[in-house]
Design a protein around this ligand. Sequence first.
Ligand code: SF4
Length: 143
Amino acid sequence: MTELRLDWGTTYHVTVLDLGLACCGVEVMAALEGRGNGVDELAALGVTPVHGAPEQAHVLIVSGTVTDVMLPAVLATYAELPEPRYVLSVGACSNTGGPYWDSYCVTKGIDQVLPVHVAIPGCPPRPEALLEGLVALHKLVTA
Ligand code: SF4
């Protein structure tokens, strides 16, 4: 068993919390909740969204522009996730600052402050990319 492996009871039932901070967050919400946008595939993978309850989530999805003002809230949310916990960075803004890479008030990549396990490119990424990212995360934690 590796350090990253989910425990036996949660390997095939992954709870995710979407921290939607801008447009990418809307796309993730649509993918997690909307019909015909991959939700059936996500449910088949055992992916269950939780809302407003970080203590119930093992995966934090950071999607959208991380402003410096919002960064403390992102860190506080991550701190509430139980171990083992994983971070999925969704979209150019979360990955690098995206179109706002030179803004004085935007964090240039959430990986500077959190351990990102999978980063999904795009502006915004398609729902299928989120699905692929979750599959990649699953492979990572079960390797
Ligand atoms: S990467 Fe593009 S779509 Fe996503 S939050 Fe940034 S500007 Fe919006």
